[in-house]
Each structure stands twice: as C-alpha cells, then as structure tokens.
Ligand binder design. Structure first.
Ligand SMILES: Nc1ncnc2c1ncn2[C@@H]1O[C@H](COP(=O)(O)OP(=O)(O)OP(=O)(O)O)[C@@H](O)[C@H]1O
Ligand SMILES: N[C@@H](CCO)C(=O)O
Length: 316
C-alpha cells in the first residue's frame, strides 16, 4: 500500500466541511500510487479524491493547480483542485499540503490495444495544443542535467555488464542538450503511463497525476508515453500499437522534420529517465510497504531502443 499518512475520520470531516459539498459519508486509502497519499472520499454531493502531497517541490504546487485549471478549461478530462467557500485550493491536512479533486470515472488498462493507444495519442496532442501557445513555465526536476548527475552516481551500484548501455545513453543525453532548441514546446504530462489514464471500455475518461508536469519538448512527452503503452515484454516496440498512437497524435498536431530526426534519441532518453528514477526509488523504499516499480523494465526497453524501427510519420 502507498498511503504514507493515515488519516482519522474527524480530521477529514473538518477538512471537507469548507467545500460545501455535504457531510463525509465514507473514505478509503488508495493502494496504487507511489509518490503521494491518495484517498477516495464520498461526500453527500459525490465522489472525490483527496491527495496529500508527500514529496517534490512544494513551491511548485501553484503551478500544478494553475495547469489543471487551464486543461480543465480546455475541456480535457483531467482532475482539478476544488475551491473552498473562501476560494482556497491548496490547504493543509495532517501537516501535508492537501488538494480535493473530483473523482474521474473509469479503470486503468493493463493490456492496451490499438484503440486505447489512439485515444491516448489524441489526448496527448490536445494537451500539448492547449498549452503550446503559452506554456506555464516550470523546469523538470528529472531533466537532462539530473540524468547527467545521477547516472554516474548510480553506475557505482550497477553490475559491470550494464555499464556500457548506461554510458552510451548518458553520452547521447549530453549531446542532446544543444539539439532541443528547434523542437516545439508545451506543458508536458511527463508521466502518462497506463496507471495514470482511466478508460471506460474503449473510451478515455481521464488522465490523472500531473505532478511531473513541466514545460519542455512535446516530443519527449510522446516518447515517455509510447515507451509505456506500446512496449512488448522483451522491451521492443509493438509496431501496431506505436503506429496507432503516432497516427492519432499527428492527426491533431503534425510532426516537424526536427522531431522526426530526434525521435529515436528521445525514446532512449525517456527510457533512461525512468530507469534512473526507478533505481533511486527502489533504493529509497527498499523493505518498506511502498509500491516499487521494477527498474529492469526500463533497462530492457533502453537496450531494445538502440535500434528504433518505428519512424515518426512526417510528410515533407
Ligand atoms: N481524480 C481521480 N479520479 C479517479 N481516480 C484517481 C484520481 N486521482 C487518483 N486516483 C486513483 O489513485 C491512484 C493513485 O493516484 P496517483 O497516480 O496520482 O498517485 P501517485 O502516488 O502520485 O502515483 P504515481 O506512482 O503514478 O506517481 C490512481 O492510480 C487512481 O486509481
Ligand atoms: N510512472 C513512474 C512512477 C511515478 O513517477 C514509473 O513507472 O516509474
């Protein structure tokens, strides 16, 4: 389970009262998730999700609230911070920053098909179009500089046979730093994995967990998303799923030549980012009752992306 901060009923009753959504009927901790504490909360007026922010840049919380307001106003199926009668979105509960959001319907998909990937591709393009003209500024706290700093530190704990792959990827990231300028930027979700999307049958009903969002190259977000939704067990890309996602995305936002060129490097960089963050999390949470994602999955994907077979569809 990943509820880091358990709550007493009376604490929650006092917390929800100022929203004017009726009395607390029920609540339960959510086991999924690995970064924050989340609870399903039933009030007289409906179903909500309470999040206690456990880690990350607390100063950035106004950014996340503003971004979700922008996306909600663009009619995207995202949660957003509800306001109390006094207009407060960000509050404190059990000593942690706390937000109450509407609960979105739907379930996570474990084994996506081409239709799921089309829906996700379309949604991601809409998200980028909604913020591309005027991205809200925020750097990534797991960006290229972070990889270049953490990679060599983590190398010390890796078996020798994994080091050439790591070194090769870090060298590519170092070269990439100066090549990103021509890429169009927007606010990125930056963690649109299957466990951050909700589906009702074939229809995407929600995208959650924007706590990794930042302003950066749209292509990087697509690479992160493809790596999770379209990878086979051996780490290689499933051709049909990848093409479905890329086609749906480009129908909304056609790709540029510079993006087609950097696509393979972007896929590898996105693998490296999650290989490193999973290695760090596995170390930090070892032996604790916290959901730990396997770093090996992203090592395998990075290895498989040394040769990328699916080009970005790009018309001259
Ligand atoms: N607004 C929402 N509507 C419906 N379900 C939600 C909502 N927010 C969170 N959940 C549920 O809570 C779970 C955990 O939420 P979330 O992914 O935000 O947590 P996290 O700790 O930040 O996780 P992660 O490991 O992805 O960083 C989700 O998988 C989802 O099932
Ligand atoms: N989606 C991330 C965890 C949360 O950032 C992973 O699977 O490693």
């Amino acid at each position: 389970m990943s509820v880091f901060t358990p709550l007493e009923r009376h604490e929650l009753e006092a917390f929800v009262a100022p929203y004017g959504l009726g009395r607390l009927l029920d609540f339960q901790g959510i086991a999924e998730g690995s970064e924050n504490s989340n609870f399903f909360v039933t009030l007289e007026q409906g179903e909500y999700v309470l999040t206690l922010i456990e880690r990350g840049q607390m100063d950035d919380l106004p950014f996340f609230i503003k971004l979700l307001d922008v996306l909600h106003a663009a009619d995207l199926p995202v949660p957003y911070a509800l306001r109390t009668g006094d207009g407060l979105a960000l509050r404190k509960l059990a000593g942690k920053p706390a937000l109450l959001q509407p609960r979105l319907s739907g379930k996570h998909v474990q084994e996506p098909n081409a239709q799921h990937c089309r829906e996700v591709g379309t949604l991601l393009a809409r998200l980028h179009l909604a913020t591309g003209k005027n991205p809200l500024p925020r750097p990534s706290d797991r960006g290229l500089e972070w990889m270049l700093e953490k990679g060599p530190e983590l190398a010390l704990q890796l078996p020798d046979e994994q080091l050439p792959l790591l070194r090769e990827a870090l060298a590519e990231v170092a070269r990439l730093k100066n090549r990103l300028l021509p890429l169009p930027i927007a606010n990125l979700h930056a963690d649109l994995f299957r466990d951050n999307a909700l589906f009702d049958g074939p229809h995407l009903t929600g995208v959650i967990d924007f706590y990794n969002a930042f302003a950066g190259p749209m292509l990087y977000d697509l690479a992160i998303t493809v790596n999770d939704w379209c990878s086979k067990e051996d780490g290689s890309l499933d051709l049909q799923l990848t093409q479905a996602m890329l086609a749906a995305y480009s129908a909304k936002r056609p790709f540029r030549a510079a993006e087609a060129e950097l696509w393979p490097a972007m896929l590898r960089t996105a693998c490296l980012r999650f290989w490193l963050s999973r290695l760090i999390a596995a170390q930090a949470f070892a032996g604790q009752q916290v959901l730990i994602h396997d770093p090996e999955v992203f090592r395998r994907r990075l290895q498989a992306r040394r040769h990328v077979q699916v080009a970005l569809p790009f018309a001259l």
